[in-house]
Design a protein around this ligand. Structure first.
Ligand code: AVI
Length: 317
């Protein structure tokens, strides 16, 4: 299809094996959350998004549906729209008709997934040039040369920024600021601080999807790294750490056990945990100040009537 170009920026990331060995070697053992997303993990994440306790996807979706026209009136039409981690691009579809971008640049780490998303979009929106970029957006945000000149808008929904520690979040926002340039804008969805009861429920859904998603890391270690780690020997733990302003997810060892990988051996005590994810929550004033340290000025922000989730529109300064 002539409406699409593909670009493989060959993301080189730390291998799963190296990340597991590094993570198990630490005093406080941890594994970065990006390793959740193998095929089974991505399907489990999609299931989490259907759970009634996990409010962000539905609330954000309703906000985007309601606000598409308003957002377009503030950004104007004809921008080059960029979405890191676009996945199946479900959320951007709510904006395309209103925003009428000059081109869309979806970015994803999985080239196969990206190609199928790009093909679907080009079929649904024949007027929209799509320049698909395979990239690890945590390292760089390369814009294909074929993308037209003109003002840019970067869309980053789903509170994905919450999975960065605040320092990394600031660095990422600075990278975004460089990428969009002086006339650039940022539209970003970020989860808010709220009652611990609601937050804890969102990461401990009754159907056990979040637990299965977390425990899937151990399935992955067993399958891909040939490790003798039985998921039954661990339990899912997720809780809000109010001091740090984040949900923490852990895999807690039920007994004393030894994990071996590539000739290395690691001992886990009963009750010792592997820290698998942080999900930071931001009050609007905190987030606006974080973005301002990276060169973004607030244009507007919106929340649902219960204040569960926020969407911010920023412009570069
Ligand atoms: C992808 N990310 C924003 C989700 C979150 O809420 O931090 C991942 C997730 N982890 C457990 N449930 C959802």
């Amino acid at each position: 299809m002539e409406n699409i170009t593909y670009h493989n920026y060959q993301p080189t990331t730390l291998s799963f094996r190296d990340a597991v060995i590094n993570g198990l070697s630490r005093d406080s053992k941890s594994i970065p959350p990006k390793f959740f997303y193998d095929e089974r993990g991505s399907k489990l994440f999609a299931k989490i998004c259907e759970q009634p306790e996990y409010y962000p996807p539905l609330v954000e979706r309703k906000l985007l549906e309601r606000l598409a026209g308003k957002i377009a009136s503030l950004t104007g039409t004809g921008r080059v729209l960029i979405e890191p981690g676009a996945g199946n691009a479900a959320k951007v579809r709510l904006l395309l008709d209103a925003l009428q971008p000059a081109a869309f640049v979806p970015m994803d780490i999985s080239f196969d997934y990206l190609k199928s998303t790009a093909r679907e979009l080009a079929g649904e929106y024949p007027w929209l040039p799509v320049h698909a970029a395979c990239v690890d957006y945590t390292h760089s945000l390369p814009i294909p040369q074929q993308a037209p000149e003109g003002p840019r808008l970067l869309f980053f929904p789903g509170s994905s920024l919450g999975n960065f520690d605040p320092g990394e979040a600031g660095d990422f926002l600075s990278l975004v600021r460089n990428t969009v340039g002086d006339n650039g804008m940022l539209l970003i969805g970020v989860d808010t601080k709220k009652s611990e009861l609601l937050l804890n429920a969102a990461y401990n859904d009754a159907a056990g999807m979040t637990a299965a998603f977390n425990l899937n890391l151990l399935h992955r270690m067993r399958k891909e790294l040939d490790m003798d780690c039985n998921p039954e020997n661990f339990e899912h733990r997720a809780f809000y750490n109010s001091e740090a302003g984040r949900i923490e997810m852990h895999l807690v060892s039920k007994h004393k056990q030894e994990l071996r990988v590539n000739g290395h051996s690691f001992n886990l005590e009963a009750g010792e945990s592997l820290h698998t994810e942080n999900s930071y929550k931001y009050a609007p004033e905190e987030f606006i100040s974080l973005a301002s340290n990276s060169g973004f000025k607030e244009v507007s922000h919106w929340m649902d009537s219960d204040g569960l989730f926020a969407i911010y529109l920023f412009e570069a300064f």
